[in-house]
Design a protein around this ligand. Structure first.
Ligand code: SAM
Length: 343
């Protein structure tokens, strides 16, 4: 394991001997629903009185506008079906891959609920796509490539499965605005099997993230201890750097109930390193361009009380997306990146 940075990290590594895992297994395979079960259209009816629903629609239109004339599109790491199920009506067929079987099952249920007939989902890792070369006219990914254990291999796979002239639009968690140094966070989860003590470390530069999960047997005693820790975190905040002894004390006191631990590390990107990586792989026309949601955030407050119909809002956002994907954004703005596989 790489260098340890904090006292808490050192304690977990030495005392719990965490097994190496992946984000798909440790994080997304354990979630009930993504986005708190609030995805418009997928989880809840779309309602443009909610600003978040307007910006969500803008992001969806963004992917559509970025792939003109595409018929067959791949979405990598769709979670509960975003943007996969939202872009499906705009293309002949859409295929999604996600490395977590739980997310695949959740999306399969959402496909049935929405009655979509042109969507296929598969449990596959982005690092080993089981598709022939040149299978897709377009590929999209929303905060998923950087969740893979090897994002460089995943991006090479995107290049391979795209047809010549095919386009790639990636929305990623950009580290352009991440503070320098180490940022730490503790949070707690509960599921059927165990109580989870999570410790997340973010580092910049270079940009990376490490996530530890310490599992505790789910008993009345540990539930009580977790409740007390949750109250404490609520009061003093989730950053253990400010009170390093709190995490250690909790872990030491409850050590007999520890049932296992795991960890994974992610490599992150800035706009510049994403552009550079895509160009090294062979993509051309690599551009950081505005998201329609960014433009909508400026425009929407001026028109939201104008009594637009749903159809008019959608038309406006589609137009905005057509403009956005052509508008180059400055590096460091955290905007999505578009790229083309040469013909
Ligand atoms: C942050 S979520 C994003 C989900 C969805 N795109 C959204 O925006 O709501 C990341 C997703 O990537 C998936 N994932 C993680 N590693 C992966 C891999 N190697 N291959 C494919 N999917 C992966 C996770 O299971 C999770 O569903």
């Amino acid at each position: 394991m790489a260098k340890k940075y904090t006292v808490l990290e050192t304690w977990i590594v030495n005392e719990c001997k965490p097994e190496e895992s992946t984000s798909a297994e440790q994080t997304f395979g354990r979630m009930g629903q993504q986005a708190g079960g609030k995805l418009p259209v997928i989880d809840v009816p779309q309602d443009f009185r909610e600003d978040a629903h307007v910006f969500d629609e803008a992001r969806v239109r963004d992917f559509v506008s970025a792939l003109p004339n595409a018929e067959k599109v791949l979405d990598i790491g769709f979670g509960d079906g975003w943007p996969l199920l939202r872009i499906a009506p705009f293309f002949s067929s859409v295929v999604g891959v996600d490395a977590s079987q739980r997310r695949v099952d959740a999306t399969q249920a959402n496909i049935a609920k929405l009655g979509l007939a042109n969507v296929t989902v598969k449990c596959q890792s982005s690092t080993k796509l089981e598709f022939r070369d040149a299978s897709f006219d377009g590929v999209v990914a929303a905060t998923a490539i950087e969740q893979s254990p090897d994002p460089y291999t995943a991006l090479r796979e995107v290049f391979r499965v795209l047809k010549p002239g095919g386009r790639f639009r990636i929305l990623f968690e950009s580290y352009d605005q991440q503070d320098k140094g180490i940022a730490e966070r503790v949070f707690l989860t509960e599921n059927e099997d165990f109580l989870g003590f999570h410790y997340a470390l973010r580092h910049n530069p270079p940009p990376w993230e490490r996530n530890y999960l310490v599992k505790f047997n789910n008993t009345p005693e540990t539930r009580e201890a977790f409740k007390k820790l949750a109250d404490l975190i609520e009061r003093i905040g989730p950053n253990p750097a400010l009170n390093p002894e709190v995490g250690i004390q909790f872990l030491e006191l409850n050590q007999p109930a520890i049932a296992g631990a795991s960890w994974y590390e992610l490599e992150h990107f800035t706009s510049a390193t994403m552009k550079q990586t895509l160009e090294e792989i062979g993509f051309v026309g690599v551009r950081v361009c505005y998201s329609a949601a960014t433009l909508a955030k400026t425009l929407w407050p001026r028109v939201k009380d104008a009594g637009l119909t749903e159809a008019q809002v959608k038309d406006m956002l589609a137009g905005l997306a057509d403009v956005a994907v052509r508008l180059e954004a400055p590096f460091g703005s955290g905007e999505p990146v578009s790229a083309v596989k040469p013909s």
